[in-house]
Design a protein around this ligand. Structure first.
Ligand code: TMP
Length: 203
């Protein structure tokens, strides 16, 4: 594996992925290792504009429009990723598997269509490793309740999040380069698990 891997953090709302990606950033900062960190939807200037539109509480796009906007946001990120691919470590808060989990397993959109557009956008870009953060219903509910403000994607019902998480797990079981992080367990233990894996990936 390249010493400059592409590492993705996936998981449903409240699964702790954003906490862990920022913990990994701090670890790399401390070690003075170069990396870029992006999120999806969002990441680059134009993608952040699309993110605002997508997640705004007052937006009411249909599922196909959501898919196309998610992919439009990815399209605006790809140059940034290409520019840094194999030159710097790339950390991504959600990527292609989120589209499959939310728009296919959650919303029922054709997986072939999603894969075709993802492949068209990514071309030679490869994901080297994915951390999938999972959360149980009780903690998901509590963590969403604690949020100061909820965006459009924080407001689905529990059945939807359950379908999405099951979808993520299906994807994880198909691949070797996936580590499942159980966010219902001790956060420090999980931080150490992730940092150990990161150190192995960039050694
Ligand atoms: P965030 O709050 O983790 O930044 O993510 C915003 C929401 O966008 C989250 O609920 C998942 C959703 N999403 C999709 O539905 N499809 C995608 O392809 C991506 C990247 C995110």
């Amino acid at each position: 594996m390249s010493k400059k891997p592409v590492i993705v953090f996936e998981g449903i709302e409240g699964s702790g992925k954003s906490h862990h990606i920022s913990n990994v950033s701090k670890h790399l900062d401390k070690k003075k290792i170069d990396y870029i960190k992006i999120r999806e939807p969002g990441g680059s200037i134009n993608s952040e504009k699309i993110r605002k539109l997508l997640l705004n509480k007052n937006s009411n796009f249909n599922n196909n429009t959501d898919l196309l906007l998610m992919l439009a946001s990815r399209s605006e990120n790809i140059n940034l990723i290409k520019k840094n691919f194999r030159k710097k470590i790339i950390l991504i808060d959600r990527f292609t598997d989120s589209t499959i989990a939310y728009q296919h397993y959650g919303m029922g959109i054709d997986i072939k269509l999603i894969n075709t557009i993802n492949n068209f956008l990514l071309k030679k870009i490869k994901i080297d490793f994915t951390f999938l953060n999972i959360v149980n219903k009780k903690n998901l509910f509590l963590r969403l309740k604690q949020r100061k403000s909820l965006n459009r994607y924080d407001k689905f019902d529990m059945r939807f999040y359950n379908k999405v998480q099951k979808g993520f797990l299906k994807l994880a079981f198909k691949k070797k380069s996936y580590k499942i992080i159980n966010s219902n367990l001790n956060i420090k233990v999980n931080e150490n698990l992730i940092i150990d894996q990161i150190n192995k990936l960039i050694k």
